[in-house]
Design a protein around this ligand. Structure first.
Ligand SMILES: *Cc1c(COP(=O)(O)O)cnc(C)c1O
Ligand code: SF4
Length: 339
């Protein structure tokens, strides 16, 4: 199915509002890949799906932004591995994705030949983890780890599982949203053999939770790996509280626990997706209390320069004295909490 993906501008005929010439300019800098599943979804569901996949001129004009503001490269002891927090690493095991998201924070890398993940870089990463006892949690990402063959992924999971200090492995994949048919029975049978796995998906809009995606999530749930979701706050796509609430409800209905809503990082080529922090806080206000607590993820900003992720919450304390706190409830009412 991936081989039939749209990768050049002229194949985008018929998609509303697309100017092939402009798309072609962008694809010289950042690759495009829209697989047939997503193409069909764009046609039936419209703008939220189109904007995440079809290049826009704006990707070329946000020059003050940096390619790697989070300094993933600076905190990288070996190519493709970022060791920032004491006990966990990000490990790039694939350079490809089933769809190249226009908002990708690793836009500088994904889908590009230069600086790609190779067998040798994977080996170097595994060796680093083996030699570094502090690492207890390994996050497989990329690109998308589920674009590896079952055999390759199995080999990586096996190696990692043999390391005594590695207590857990996370797979970060957008495939359940972008190519749900990749979640095959064979893949899930392989994943089920590991009892140290967590799987974090990446859904951004309720329209991504199709019948096929629900089937994929159901299968993934049979592996025993707890499922989470990392959503990126995207201007014009999911920055309304109602849209985000619907997404969170549909995720938990499929037993996917929302983990993070990421504020869009200041990554070059993605500036047009960034919202204000107030917008993000308003979205959070629309979730907490209104929905089951299991539907409410943490809203995080990732500090530039490698400072790590920090959760942001709407202010709930209105005032405080020795005897009490004055607090805003989820319903907007004002309450006094005795101290
Ligand atoms: C986000 C991130 C992690 C994982 O953070 P958690 O809060 O544990 O999910 C690890 N390393 C880096 C560099 C990260 O950016
Ligand atoms: S699937 Fe993830 S890594 Fe790949 S382009 Fe989308 S956001 Fe980037």
């Amino acid at each position: 199915m991936l081989k039939k993906s749209v990768v050049s501008a002229e194949d985008l005929k018929g998609v509303p509002g697309v100017d092939p010439e402009r798309v072609a300019q962008v694809t010289q800098v950042y690759p495009m890949r829209i697989n047939p599943y997503w193409m069909a979804l764009m046609k039936s569901k419209g703008a939220p799906l189109i904007h995440q996949a079809v290049p826009r001129e704006a990707e070329l004009v946000d020059t003050p932004l940096l390619e790697d503001p989070l300094c993933e490269e600076k905190d990288s002891p070996v190519f493709g591995l970022t060791h920032r927090y004491p006990d966990r690493v990000i490990f790039l095991v694939s350079n490809e994705c089933a769809l190249y998201c226009r908002h990708c924070m690793r836009k500088r890398k994904v889908g590009k030949g230069a600086g790609a993940v190779t067998e040798a870089s994977i080996e170097a990463g595994l060796t680093y983890i083996e030699k570094t006892p502090a690492v207890r949690d390994v996050i497989l990402t990329g690109g998308d780890p589920l674009l590896l063959s079952d055999e390759k992924l199995d080999a990586i999971l096996k190696r990692l599982s043999q390391i005594p200090h590695v207590e857990m492995i996370r797979i970060h994949s957008r495939v359940p949203a972008t190519l749900p048919m990749r979640i095959t029975e064979a893949l899930c049978a392989m994943l089920s053999r590991y009892d140290n796995l967590w799987i974090n998906t990446h859904f951004n809009h309720p329209h991504e939770i199709t019948e096929e995606a629900e089937k994929a999530l159901k299968r993934l749930n049979t592996t025993g790996a707890p499922l989470g979701c990392q959503t990126v706050l995207l201007k014009g796509i999911n920055d309304e509280p109602e849209v985000m609430a619907e997404l969170m409800r549909r995720l938990t209905k499929n037993r996917v626990r929302p983990y993070y809503i990421h504020h869009g990082d200041a990554v070059k080529g993605t500036g047009h997706f960034r919202t204000s922090i107030e917008t993000g806080l308003a979205v959070m206000q629309g979730l907490r209390g209104h929905l089951s607590g299991l539907c409410v993820p943490a809203y995080v900003i990732d500090l530039p320069g490698g400072g790590g992720k920090v959760p942001l919450l709407p202010d709930s304390i209105i005032s405080q004295n020795e005897k009490s706190l004055t607090v805003r409830g989820y319903d907007g009412g004002t309450y006094t909490y005795p101290l």
